[in-house]
Design a protein around this ligand. Structure first.
Ligand SMILES: [Zn+2]
Length: 433
């Protein structure tokens, strides 16, 4: 269902006008209320009146995660705390978290975007939405929750973890939509199978899976194991949380709701804007938020933009399936490697399970990438020759995809740690040397 046909199917010229109007207002507000932006605009010699059309975005400076850290906790808020009704925070890998704030208007905007996302994923007011994203400072749980209620779904606020109970509720309450990270969806599928449950035991029709990059092959695995249609959702707390973009039934990229969040793709090295279709760093400008409207925020996510009109009727552009993060990108012997590429290669091998871990170490001056892959118990019990043959095929598939040779090590079923949140795919031992 298209939740908001007026905005989601708006004529492109009309939307550019709307974007320009909203961008002008945002820049003026930031100049007036946020000293950081007043200075940043001054540094690039831009006055609010210089911003006329949406193409003038390129005149504006970038915002990076360190700007949020440097102004911790409230320095970038454009609204007084008396108007802030909620804060969330993203866990920082080092030091302080990133704190983000919402006014009542922002919470309303978020619920609207999430209702659009649920609609993109095939949801309607008749659905029962099981939210298995974590509730709390992380934006996943409450984002889906408010969106589900806005749409009129029956919402089950399970939060993450407690997998067997999760599965019992999913079956007993007849959940039709499951929302969680894709790696947790795979865990749920495996545990359900261990409990002797088949896809037919559930009423699931759709999954809303995000908060980490995943591959087309993971999609197939989770769709088969849970008997649902899996949809990718994208968002980040700095922008608003989940609901920035979502896949429709065509699954040809994620519609980004650009009447609120204007996307650009840049070369992460030079900052130059790249043409549509080329992969680079996704940059997003918030043009409707009140508390924390970030200008040209560098997400560090690698994606691309498609602007051809989607058969579903929505006119929003689409971002390509995320290829990882600029800071997750491994450089192995001078070659850029994303974990998602390895995953994609792995899932073309029938014997491999979609659970893997990458271990990078340095031998002498040479980087060595070891790929540990789980195989089924049946394969693992087979002959050494059979295992070597599977390893060889996996190594070949990875070399073909990534362009470098790797060491493949098959491991027993369920030896790689399962995650209830974001999967930890990479152990880079080079950093410890
Ligand atoms: Zn579409």
């Amino acid at each position: 269902m298209i939740w908001d046909p007026y905005h989601e199917c708006m004529d492109l010229e009309q939307r550019r006008e709307l974007q320009a109007h909203r961008l002008r207002e945002t820049v003026a507000r930031l100049s007036a209320n946020v000293p950081f932006y007043r200075q940043a605009f001054r540094d690039v010699d831009v006055q609010p009146q210089d911003i006329q059309s949406i193409d003038d975005l390129a005149l504006l400076p970038f915002t990076v995660k360190d700007d949020l850290r440097d102004n911790y906790p409230y320095g970038l808020f454009a609204s007084p705390l008396s108007e802030v009704v909620r804060v969330h925070a993203s866990s920082g890998t080092t030091g302080k978290p990133t704190v983000v704030g919402y006014t009542a208007e922002d919470i309303n905007l978020w619920a609207e975007c999430m209702a659009r996302s649920i609609g993109c994923s095939g949801g309607t007011p008749h659905d029962t939405l099981q939210v298995a994203y974590g509730y709390g400072l992380f934006t996943g749980g409450l984002g889906l929750h408010y969106g589900g209620e806005r749409m009129g779904c029956t919402v089950i606020p399970m939060s993450s973890g407690n997998t067997e109970r999760q599965i019992m509720m999913m079956r007993d309450l007849g959940s039709t939509i499951l929302a969680c990270t894709p790696s947790y969806a795979l865990t749920v599928a495996d545990v359900a199978a261990d409990m002797g449950l088949q896809p037919e035991d559930f009423k699931l029709k759709s999954g809303i899976f995000g908060a980490e990059p995943w591959s087309e092959s993971s999609r197939q695995a989770v769709e088969e194991k849970l008997g649902l249609s899996a949809h990718d959702i994208y968002g980040l707390s700095e922008i608003i949380g989940p609901g920035v973009a979502n896949e429709c039934s065509n699954k040809g990229g994620l519609h980004i709701f650009d009447d609120h969040f204007v996307p650009e793709i840049i070369n992460p090295e030079t900052g130059e804007v790249l043409p549509d279709g080329e992969y680079g760093e996704l940059v997003i400008t918030c043009i409707t938020k009140t508390c924390l409207p970030l200008i040209r925020y560098r997400t560090r996510d690698i994606s691309c933009l498609h602007r051809d009109i989607c058969p579903c009727g929505r006119t929003h552009p689409r971002i390509g399936r995320l290829q990882g993060r600029t800071d997750d990108m491994l450089i192995i012997r001078g070659v850029n490697v994303f974990p998602s590429q390895i995953e994609h290669a792995l899932l073309s091998i029938e014997e491999a399970e979609p659970h893997y871990q990458l271990i990078v170490r340095r031998e002498g001056h040479l980087d060595v990438l070891e790929v540990q892959v789980e195989v089924s118990g049946e394969i693992f019990a087979d002959t050494v020759r059979r295992l070597e043959e599977v390893e060889k095929r996996i190594a070949h598939a990875i070399r073909t995809t990534v362009g470098i040779g790797v060491e493949v090590k098959l491991v027993e079923p369920k030896t790689i740690a399962r995650s209830e949140g974001k999967a930890k795919r990479v152990i880079d031992l080079r950093k410890e040397e």
